[in-house]
Write a protein that binds this ligand. Structure first.
Ligand code: NAX
Length: 323
């Protein structure tokens, strides 16, 4: 048996946590031959609920789960971890403005970034799911100066999967027939789902759909999909978000077979402001992600990418005192 991979999950008693932990422990993320250790972080009021989740993990008798630790101390949760999945964050409360939310979460991700810096494996791969995911990731990354910025990522895989599924429905193809689709920018309503570089069974996707559908129906539907789930379910996406987190980590660790989307540290590719955590089309291999080069960016796409970049720059300005 391989050595166990140590995985921290924050917000582990929340609804994404409940859909995520059992898939990790069953081997769905790192494969059927890879033992795992779970380090679960919560805030003190949620520790009883977290103990219940740990009891359920015990009751599954997962052969791959060698240990599950429950704690409300970030330095305990992150001690020596190889992977960190930062799901927990503060939800937007009544009357809270976007900047209030950024500030409240900024405090959480400052502490967690420092704890990762001081306690995690030097190669720790970090995925931020908790919203606002890109800017929370930016804060964590800036508070972890000893770690490689390329090892901090924010999740746009759920948006990627939503876009893939909606295109497959529209053109009546299998999801696997779609290649090259990606999400650019912020995990927010400004994200840009790019079909200009996508193909369906080898044919350019834009030959299978018309521009008006793309601009007026598809893009808004993907941008607003999270709100549509809340309206229908009364709760935000959980199982699909957990699934996307599993896929994000699996692809990062084991490699991609086609283009995917990840919020990653910008070193200026495609003219994006350096240092932002920006979603790009990427492939992964040997534990590293690489931006897909040479993509077509027409005037329409350029305007969309600039708009989502501007939103991320505004968010960065709002949390500048935490960076
Ligand atoms: P829940 O409110 O069910 O769970 C969040 C959990 O985080 C709670 O148990 C809470 O006690 C815990 N928590 C809060 N502060 C913490 C801290 N400082 N340390 C450790 N734990 C802490 O939310 P859930 O539905 O699980 O969603 C979690 C986050 O994912 C939210 O911010 C949500 O907006 C975000 N999402 C991000 C998505 C993405 O694609 N990037 C999609 C799904 C989801 O909306």
């Amino acid at each position: 048996m391989a050595e166990p991979v140590s995985i921290a999950v924050t917000g582990a008693a929340g609804q994404i946590g409940y859909a995520l932990l059992f898939r990790i422990a069953s081997g769905a993320m790192l494969g059927p031959d890879q033992p795992v250790e779970l380090k679960l972080l919560e805030i003190p009021p949620a520790m009883d609920a977290l103990q219940g989740v740990v009891m359920e993990l015990d009751d599954c008798a997962f052969p791959l789960l060698v240990n599950a630790v429950a704690t409300d101390q970030p330095e305990v949760a992150f001690e020596g971890v190889d992977l960190a999945m930062l799901v927990g964050s503060m939800p937007r409360g009544p009357g809270m403005e976007r900047n209030d939310l950024l500030e409240a979460n900024g405090k959480i991700f400052t502490v967690q970034g420092k704890a990762l810096n001081d306690h995690a494996s030097r190669q720790v791969k970090t995925l931020v799911v908790g919203n606002p995911a890109n800017t929370n990731c930016l804060i964590a990354q800036n508070n972890a100066p000893d770690l490689d910025p390329n090892n901090f990522t924010a999740m746009t895989k759920l948006d990627h999967n939503r876009a893939t599924a909606q295109l497959a429905l529209k053109v009546a193809c299998a999801v696997d027939d779609i290649q090259g689709l990606s999400i650019w920018g912020n995990h927010s309503s400004t994200m840009f789902p790019d079909l200009l570089n996508a193909s369906v069974s080898g044919t350019p996707a834009m030959q299978a759909v018309d521009q008006a559908w793309y601009e007026n129906e598809f893009i808004p539907a993907i941008q607003q999909r999270g709100a549509a789930i809340i309206a229908a379910r009364g709760l935000s996406s959980a199982a699909s978000a957990a699934n996307a987190a599993v896929e994000h980590m699996r692809e990062w660790v084991t490699g991609t077979s086609s283009v995917t989307s990840m919020g990653i540290y910008s070193s200026g590719a495609y003219g994006i402001s350096e240092g932002l955590i920006f979603s790009y089309p990427v492939t992964t291999k040997d534990g590293a992600h690489t931006i897909v080069e040479g993509l077509t960016i027409d005037d329409f796409a350029h305007a969309k990418i600039k708009a989502t970049e501007q939103e991320l720059m505004d968010e960065r300005d709002a949390v500048a005192h935490l960076l």
